[in-house]
Design a protein around this ligand. Structure first.
Ligand SMILES: NC(=O)c1ccc[n+]([C@@H]2O[C@H](COP(=O)([O-])OP(=O)(O)OC[C@H]3O[C@@H](n4cnc5c(N)ncnc54)[C@H](O)[C@@H]3O)[C@@H](O)[C@H]2O)c1
Length: 358
């Protein structure tokens, strides 16, 4: 892609979207337009470091609102859309699926429609370079048995939760807009991300923040569920690679080659904390003593794992972090940025109140 382009990012105040924007503003000269509804999981504080940059623009917009999207396309005339806005938490989708259907399906449809209308009116040069990147999840494939199988780009869709079903639905819409209208789309299906600025209710931040507060570390079922963990910065580099040199109409699976059981994730965090903060609460010998097993989530998928050969071989992307190095960075980030989580959680942490240096 030529330099100095305009990229429209949806959901840029979320976990992955904000990493993408910080990366783009820090490493390129593209103009970034962030549209975000600012739901519970959107947090403009995650963009404090770049919010005054001359190439950054923010508009609070719901992607279900076609009039607003039309205004945005006319005002900024983007060369690319990177679509990340979504309702993204599986547990919330089980408790209340409505918003997932609205944002993930109707929202994606609205964005596709406005992108199509805008794209069809572009001159042929601009039409040729325009791209629509849809960011999806490996959860659309359902789960794997504990065998050697891995998800491939052509694995059958078999979603389990309202979240994954709504994402699967949005993937089908994106493919249809390519087949029917030739909109130049690309799709990525990614494994579980972790890293800085992830909303505190997700597994890894939840465990870190509970541990430093001396609270239980809850694990669903027996904790043997396997996820293929990907460091968020590796993910955003993959997204850019696909957007810039991926083949239009193609799907790329993105995974970190880090299959780890949930219990092992929690134990790893405890072991890092044991070294970083030896002053523990309630005379614990190890943070591992806080681990408790709770009733499993309904329909909980056992194993996800991605075969990332296509993106590695065809586009030359490789993840830089392994699970150990990425987890160390992540735990250190949460300890060094407690005010970010505190503002979301509306409180402070016991170890901090006791004057322990975190
Ligand atoms: N986090 C993961 O592990 C993971 C893995 C694979 C794929 N994904 C996908 O990546 C994308 C980003 O995930 P995330 O973890 O950053 O999610 P997130 O929940 O942290 O962020 C979602 C963002 O979308 C915004 N948003 C929600 N509804 C909106 C609407 N109607 N209009 C405009 N903005 C809206 C929110 O305010 C928030 O800023 C999602 O599409 C998700 O399905 C995430």
């Amino acid at each position: 892609m030529i330099s100095n382009q305009t990229i429209l990012i949806t959901g840029g105040a979320g976990f992955i979207g904000s990493e993408l924007i910080r990366y783009l503003i820090g490493n390129t000269d593209h103009k970034i337009v962030n549209i975000d509804k600012l739901t519970y999981s959107g947090n403009l504080e995650s963009l404090n470091s770049i919010k005054s940059h001359k190439n950054y623009f923010f508009e609070q917009v719901d992607i279900c609102d076609q009039n607003e999207l039309k205004r945005i396309f006319r005002k900024y005339k983007p060369n690319m859309v990177m679509h990340l806005a979504a309702e993204s938490h599986v547990d919330r989708s089980i408790d209340g699926p409505d918003e997932f259907i609205k944002t993930n399906i109707i929202g994606t449809f609205s964005l596709l429609e406005q992108a199509r209308k805008y794209w069809q009116e572009l001159n042929s040069d601009l039409k040729n370079i325009f791209r629509f990147l849809h960011v999806s999840t490996d959860e659309v494939y359902g789960d794997l048995n504990d065998s050697e199988d891995l998800f491939l780009e052509d694995s059958a869709y078999d979603p389990s939760s309202p979240y994954s079903a709504s994402k699967a639905s949005s993937d089908h819409l994106v493919r249809a807009w390519h087949r029917t209208y030739q909109l130049p789309v690309l799709i990525t299906n990614c494994s579980n991300n972790y890293g800085p600025y992830q909303f505190p209710e997700k597994l890894i931040p939840h465990i870190i923040l509970n541990a430093i507060d001396g609270r239980d570390l809850p694990i669903y079922g027996d904790g043997k569920q396997i996820r293929d963990w990907l460091y968020v910065n590796d993910h955003v580099r993959a997204l850019l690679t696909v957007a810039l040199i991926g083949e239009v109409g193609e799907t790329y699976n993105i995974g970190g080659n880090n299959e780890v059981q949930n219990i092992k994730v929690v134990e790893t965090i405890c072991d890092i904390l044991n070294i970083l903060i030896p002053e523990r609460l309630n005379s614990l010998d190890s943070y591992r003593e806080l681990i408790t097993f709770v009733q499993d989530r309904p329909g909980h998928d056992v194993r996800y794992a991605i075969d990332n050969t296509k993106i590695k071989t065809n586009l030359g992307w490789v993840p830089k972090e392994n699970f150990k190095s990425g987890m160390q960075k992540t735990v250190e980030w949460y300890l060094g940025n407690l005010s970010w989580s505190k503002n979301i959680q509306n409180g402070s942490y016991k170890l901090e109140r006791l004057g322990v240096k975190l």
